[in-house]
Design a binder for this molecule. Structure first.
Ligand code: NOJ
Length: 516
């Protein structure tokens, strides 16, 4: 396990919307380089950059046309290599986004694979042996697009044909077994891409839909896991400092497959979702019945999170990390439903639990969800992908382009946040995030390591211990207290808390850390 990962706090950058240095209305790699000091001062020491490769951008770059070429709108391969150099000088590591399960329908492999004449790429994708494919369960097929007599399987959107890693227990002649030379060739092609970027200075990858490789896999995803373990063996042998973080949302499975860390995501409706986004939308897209733990007036019950998280934590704590996110390019911005104080309390807990936290760009200033038209296959996700507001000036300092040329509109409405404004305000969310990350970065006990003990979770406050530190949060509106039989000195607080005569007490909407 690379040591740097245990100490990492990630900043996720959606490159289109981060910072535009050439005035074309779209963020670029040079823009990321220019903002490295900002990221460092924030307290982050690692980056995850969403796909920045050549693409027709029908799914914001998750439809890769050329894995080895930076999309011209972001710059060149040399720019990316320069980014690796500049980040490393500042002690920052960089994960690229690896999309292993599908390519763009415009990838050269797919163009070859579509042809009627057999060639090397015939089985790089999953093709049936007849253009009539109705009635096959569990997969989605596209017919009518190729001269070849068959339909192909897609992994996500129509523009994303599934790469062929084979099938566990094939049930038709067109389903290759996982040990077929062509299934293995796909895995080797993936390793070649991984090597290409690691050789140029990348520190690893966030892996898209990591559990989606082998089709008809079993419940344990054992065949897909075997592919990843083979890839991990290559890393351990040749790139021991490289890191793989999976989009899987099942840490026991993902870490067993060889990932160093796995994200918890909303989509299974369990654990993580109950902390931050436990609401539904009404007919007009307004949130209703919000029962998220950090909502002041919700029926705060941390058990709903812990019942899912703790067994996974116990099972994985000696092999790797669980990654808690403030959000990402697929989720709704937290600023949609949480107030400034609720955000601060949520970040306080996300950044002080074990594992490796990820902060989505703009969440540090409480960027809002915008009601904008879909762009590049974003649909409702588009509102969480708008440009970073750096200043109070033109286009909020994101770009010098005319406003109608921006990738997406900036939030310029009344009350919209900006880095410039929050830097000046001592009590801003931005300064709170900086203080929280400073605390995490200076207290060894608050890093990734597995030293969590839950002391009180059946009612508020939620109290937990990490090594020599005691932490407690009370997201509700009223004072709450519980007996812990410990004493200590406060080292950080949001709101007000006390630890006296063994009683841990927090005023409403407070968080505190004590050295015990
Ligand atoms: C998950 C990514 O996070 C999402 O943005 C993308 O659309 C799908 N995978 C397909 O690659």
């Amino acid at each position: 396990m690379p040591q740097w990962l245990e100490d990492a706090v990630f900043y996720e950058i959606y490159p289109q919307s981060f910072y535009d240095t050439n005035g074309d209305g779209i963020g670029d790699i040079k823009g990321i380089i220019q903002k490295l000091d900002y990221i460092r001062e924030l307290g982050c020491n690692a980056l995850w950059i969403n796909p920045c490769f050549d693409s027709p951008f029908k799914d914001a770059g998750y439809d890769v046309r050329d894995y080895k070429k930076v999309a011209p709108r972001y710059g060149t391969n040399e720019d990316l290599v320069l980014l690796f150099k500049e980040t490393h000088k500042k002690g920052v590591h960089v994960l690229l986004d690896l999309v292993p399960g599908h390519t763009s329908e415009e990838h050269a492999w797919f163009t070859e694979s579509k042809k009627a004449e057999p060639n090397e790429y015939r089985n790089r994708y999953i093709w049936t042996d007849n253009w009539i494919t109705w009635g096959v369960e569990g997969m989605r097929f596209i017919a009518g697009e190729a001269e070849r007599n068959g339909s192909y399987v897609i992994n996500f959107f129509k523009c994303q044909p599934a790469l062929n890693f084979g099938f566990l227990n094939p049930t038709a002649p067109w389903q290759l077994p996982v040990d077929h030379p062509d299934s293995i060739a796909t895995r080797e092609a993936l390793k070649d891409i991984i090597r290409f970027w690691l050789d140029r200075g990348a520190d690893g990858f966030r892996v898209d839909m990591a559990d989606s490789l082998v089709k008809n896999d079993d419940g344990q995803k054992s065949a897909t896991s075997a592919v990843w373990r083979n890839i991990r063996a290559m890393l351990d042998a040749d790139y021991p400092e490289a890191v793989l973080v999976s989009e899987w949302s099942n840490p026991p499975q993902a870490l067993h497959a060889g990932f160093h860390a796995d994200f918890l995501l909303d989509h299974d409706g369990r654990g993580y979702k109950t902390l931050l986004r436990d609401y539904t939308l009404d007919g007009e897209g307004r949130p209703v019945n919000d029962n998220s733990f950090f909502k002041k007036d919700a029926n705060a019950d941390i058990r709903r999170f812990l019942d899912n998280y703790l067994p996974w934590y116990e099972e994985t704590k000696n092999t790797g990390f669980i990654s808690l996110i403030t959000g990402n390019h697929d989720t709704c911005r937290l600023g949609f439903t949480l107030t400034r104080t609720e955000l601060a309390l949520a970040y306080a807990v996300l950044f002080t639990l074990p594992g490796v936290p990820f902060l989505y760009y703009g969440d540090e200033i409480g960027m809002r969800y915008l009601n904008v038209k879909s762009r590049e296959g974003g649909y409702t996700r588009t509102g969480s992908r708008t440009p970073m507001p750096w200043t109070e000036g033109k286009n909020k300092g994101f770009s010098a382009a005319p406003p109608d040329k921006l990738y997406l509109p900036v939030d310029a409405e009344e009350g919209a946040p900006s880095v410039e404004a929050q830097e000046k305000e001592p009590d801003s969310l931005l300064n709170t995030v900086k203080a929280l990350l400073r605390l995490r970065n200076t207290e060894g006990d608050l890093r990734g390591k597995p030293n969590l003990e839950i002391l009180h979770a059946d009612s508020l406050p939620f109290i937990y211990r990490r090594g020599s530190l005691l932490l407690a949060v009370n997201p509700g509106g009223n004072r709450a207290a519980a007996r812990v039989s410990l004493s200590g000195e406060t080292i950080y607080a949001i709101g007000q808390g006390s630890l006296e005569n063994g009683l841990c007490a927090l005023e409403g909407q407070s968080f505190a850390v004590w050295r015990i």
